[in-house]
Design a protein around this ligand. Structure first.
Ligand code: 5U1
Length: 696
């Protein structure tokens, strides 16, 4: 509904914003807006250009194909994944962490944890072989990082040679810059007309991730070690002694690391560290707690990206007041309409913030998802003074609104009932806080988001085909569906003319892209299921489905013939531990939607889907078996039993069926034991299970 003049002004604003964001990201290594915000601005720009083609600027941001920051670095695959940490924000989260750990382990006696500052820097993994530094890699996506070996060799805190170390030792920690060094660096940069860094973390990241190691060597970087990856022999039996061992080997370890007995002591140390925060001389953003006993850490294991044995207790968010200039709506991959606050730029904790999430329509209206008042029921209007906060790296949020500064005549915000991207009606299902576009794949925003998800890191991860490229390909009509990615070579490969004529593309890069696409035709079943972008199916539920059905034909056949709410295929889906009715219905509905199904079939025709290979030892007595646990156990918790069974290659189901091979029943087993008896399923008790898996 914008006039030409308004659209022109908006395109100019977006061009300036995106240019500044590109410069900050690519050149300064100092991003000023989040990726999501950048992408939202790009999308808005595309949408406006599509609606007002005659106003497209000569310097249109949609013609810029951004070079990834990582370009120029070689990659290093981490032998042991680099994990991130679950966050705690309140005292009760820390208490719940201890409770969860105890419950998982079934442990009621004394339990020690380490507590240490969380350094606000850049994670680094250093691999030593026979005492020599072999390589250094950034975290990257946790599986593969950037090779920054030469740069790391210039950091004084990083030993080049270790004596008395395991033959293989990967030391992990944080590269950071002290406040004094940061100020001096910025002063020097100013004098030389160089880049000014927004905060010490960006300065550390920008300094380490230099293609020219001599630049890194001129930057005052430091390193604290706090963890390890691959090791050829155990470092110690406890976290605290492992840290002491790292110290003995010559690494700097944080002097505020202590042992605590339980949540109360952890919280005391948190307060101590917070009180010292401003005088430490370097940035920290919280305190990390870890279970001290490494054998318990091993038992606790990991969720998909975070360990169960550690948590980061973040310091409270930083706050600032500013004006709300506009509310934009972004349409996501599942059609969710997300309101984004456009703010008068304001500095919050050293970072300039100009966008914040507004969550959903209830949040703007001053209600929570149950209809209860939040912010004393104050709604948020364009033009209001709002309080912005940042907690860690998450997208900034709006905490409050100042009614005393509200100008007369500000209107309540009307949440769109029509999708701003495709004009389809928006719908809000019973019990869902989110309003969604009903357009499905006809909505360009949903289609693009699906494609972006499809080529993302946890999914197809095609080198050279990032979010920005796929968006440009979509806009140009080259790729509308995932299958069309795989037919690009056939369609454009002969002449390569069109691709290589794009700015930033040459014949070589086009060929590289086609090769990279071909490389990904072989895909694991779990990645494929996740890549399909089915609502409610995240990375872990995709793995649950893949592990259960094992091959694409088995999964596809089951979903094609399943009926929502009834029948054997439905029961089988729900019997998968971790799969609920909402997820199950969503998967079946996707497979039975004509348009979605056609897109899936076309994609599968281009791929070679790898069946799930059980990683369990071949001699595991339960590999490939479907096991159900029921009743109470004394020597293991249910969660632990499940994790152990899965690590031995078993499938753990939530209910007994004809496919169940084994029921492990503790006291109190009820209907499942009866069902097993009726079906003739072998039933053993806890000791029988422990004996079977050789754990007595
Ligand atoms: N101090 C500290 N920071 N930090 C960050 N410990 C620590 N541990 C981490 C991370 C990501 O990860 C563990 C899972 C090793």
């Amino acid at each position: 509904m914008l006039s030409d003049a308004e659209a022109e002004a908006e395109l100019a604003r977006l061009a300036a914003l995106l240019l500044a964001a590109n410069t900050a990201y690519h050149t300064k290594d100092a991003p000023e807006i989040t990726d999501a915000e950048y992408d939202a601005a790009k999308r808005r720009n595309f949408a406006l250009e599509a609606r007002f083609p005659h106003l497209k600027r000569a310097d249109s941001p949609s013609e810029v194909v951004g070079a990834g920051v990582a370009e120029g670095f070689t990659k290093i695959a981490h032998e042991v994944r680099m994990l991130s940490l679950e966050n705690a924000f309140e005292d009760k989260d820390v208490e719940e962490f201890e409770d969860r750990v105890r419950k998982y382990l079934g442990h009621s006696g004394p339990l020690a944890f380490t507590a240490e500052p969380k350094i606000d820097g850049l994670s680094l993994s250093l691999r030593y072989e026979n005492g020599r530094l072999i390589h250094a890699a950034t975290r990257g996506d946790g599986e593969t990082g950037e090779n920054v070996t030469e740069n790391a060799q210039t950091i004084g805190d990083i030993p080049q040679v270790l004596t008395d170390a395991p033959v293989v030792l990967e030391v992990r920690g944080e590269v950071y810059m002290s406040h004094v060094d940061f100020k001096a660096l910025n002063a020097r940069q100013k004098e030389l007309g160089g880049k000014i860094f927004a905060n010490p973390r960006n300065a550390a990241a920008g300094s380490l991730r230099q293609l020219d190691a001599s630049i890194t060597s001129s930057r005052p970087l430091r390193f604290f070690a706090y963890a390890w990856g691959a090791v050829s022999e155990p470092l110690a039996e406890t976290q605290i002694s492992a840290i002491n061992r790292l110290k003995k080997l010559g690494f700097a370890v944080n002097p505020l690391t202590i042992l605590c007995n339980g949540a109360a002591e952890m919280l005391t140390h948190y307060n101590t560290i917070e009180a010292k925060r401003s005088s430490l001389g370097y940035d920290i953003d919280g305190v990390v707690y870890k279970v001290n006993d490494l054998s318990l850490q091993r038992r606790l294991g990991f969720r998909s990206t975070t360990p169960r044995w550690a948590i980061a207790h973040k310091f409270p968010a930083e706050l600032a007041w500013t004006r709300l200039l506009a509310i934009d709506i972004q349409v996501g991959r599942t059609g969710a309409l997300s309101p984004v606050a456009r703010l008068e730029p304001v500095t919050v904790g050293g970072v300039v913030v100009s966008n914040a999430t507004l969550h959903n329509e209830d949040y703007i209206a001053g209600r929570d998802s149950k209809g209860n008042a939040i912010r004393d029921g104050k709604d948020i209007r364009v033009g209001d003074w709002v309080q912005v906060y940042r907690a860690g790296d998450v997208i900034p949020k709006i905490a409050d609104v100042d009614l005393s500064r509200r100008s007369d005549g500000l209107q309540r915000y009307e949440f769109p009932v029509i999708c701003p991207e495709c004009g389809s009606p928006t719908l809000r299902e019973e019990g869902d806080a989110v309003r969604r576009c009903s357009g499905g794949l006809i909505c360009p925003a949903q289609a693009v988001e699906r494609l972006r998800h499809f080529v993302g890191r946890g999914t197809f991860d095609i080198e050279g085909l990032g979010a920005k490229q796929i968006e440009a390909f979509y806009r140009d009509g080259w790729v509308q569906t995932p299958a069309e990615i795989f037919s690009l070579r056939a369609r454009f490969g002969t002449g390569l003319q069109q691709l290589k004529n794009r700015e930033g593309w040459g014949e070589k890069s086009a060929e590289n892209l086609f090769d990279a696409i071909d490389e990904k035709r072989k895909i694991s079943l779990n990645r494929l299921i996740f890549a399909l972008g089915i609502r409610h199916v995240g990375e872990s539920s995709a793995s649950l489905l893949a592990n259960h059905y094992a091959t694409w034909p088995q999964f596809e056949t089951a979903m094609t013939h399943a009926t929502i709410g009834a029948g054997a295929a439905w029961d089988e889906l729900l019997a998968i531990d971790g799969v609920g009715a909402v997820l199950a219905a969503s998967v079946i509905a996707t497979f039975q939607n004509e348009r979605e199904r056609a897109a899936i079939d076309a994609l599968i025709a281009e791929l070679e889907v790898q069946p799930v290979v059980t990683r369990a030892p071949v001699n595991s007595p339960v590999a490939g078996k479907t096991v159900v646990f029921t009743g109470t156990f004394e020597k293991m918790t249910r969660a632990e039993a499940k994790a152990t069974a899965e690590s031995l290659g078993a499938k753990v189901a939530g209910s007994v069926s004809a496919k169940t091979d084994l029921l492990v029943a503790g006291p109190g087993a009820g209907s499942k034991a009866k069902a097993a008896a009726a079906l003739g399923v072998e039933t053993i008790d806890e000791d029988g299970w422990l004996a079977l898996i050789g754990s007595t």
